[in-house]
Design a protein around this ligand. Sequence first.
Ligand code: APR
Length: 244
Amino acid sequence: MGDQHFPKKTISSIFILTGAGISAESGVQTFRDKDGVWSKVRIEDVATPEAFARDPVRVHEFYNTRRAGLRTVEPNPAHFALARLEERYPGQVTLVTQNVDNLHERAGCRNVIHMHGELAKAFCAHCGGKAEAAGDLSQALVCTSCNAPGGMRPDVVWFGEIPYHLDTIYERLMEAGLFVSIGTSGAVYPAAGFVAEARAAGIRTLELNLEPSEGTVLFDEARHGPASVLVPAFVKDMLADRPA
Ligand code: APR
């Protein structure tokens, strides 16, 4: 696992996985860093279906605060660099994010796969009806699909629930020539297992992270530093022989 530049001409498609670290420099808190989200609140109290059944007000408060926070942050150079890559790379670029923020979209990415859902979306726990969630959610909201109150919940995948779009994700991962993991600790499966799947399929793997993740030894190459520096440099390298 030395420093090596990938021969771009052999990389037909790129699969990118992002985590909270790519949004850290935008001012969005990560989960497991010092003073991270999970150092202040317990997962069992706000991020499980049981927590929502037990104390929906507390769960709504937690997500309403994070959703309101989205209005105070902006994409950073790492988000914009991935939008450039998506737009200009000649091969397929698949962007899968564990993040529930909308910073990839606000930076111009058009095909973002949110495997853990999105803060800006909601669905009804009674009927599954989907809705946008621009502002606060509460027990008072009535579902526009089934007209029942009290069921609207954040469209975020909680611990114990199955992430979204896994079929598409594994299909694209297996087709990729390069797997790039950006800003994730490698602590939560199934995302944390993508690097091992890629390796087993003979796909080149690259980690761009502030510090070595839990799975760093599995990567062919690991570059450590802030995403706002590493990601634009990576994208510049991948687009080097493209017309400006
Ligand atoms: N640039 C690059 N990486 C960074 C930066 C930065 N500026 N700041 C922090 N990081 C790295 C940290 O070193 C860490 O490895 O980002 C990673 C963030 O890890 P976590 O806080 O665990 O976030 P993430 O990996 O996205 O968590 C995965 O866990 O709680 C669930 O559903 C939640 O999607 C989340 C999942």
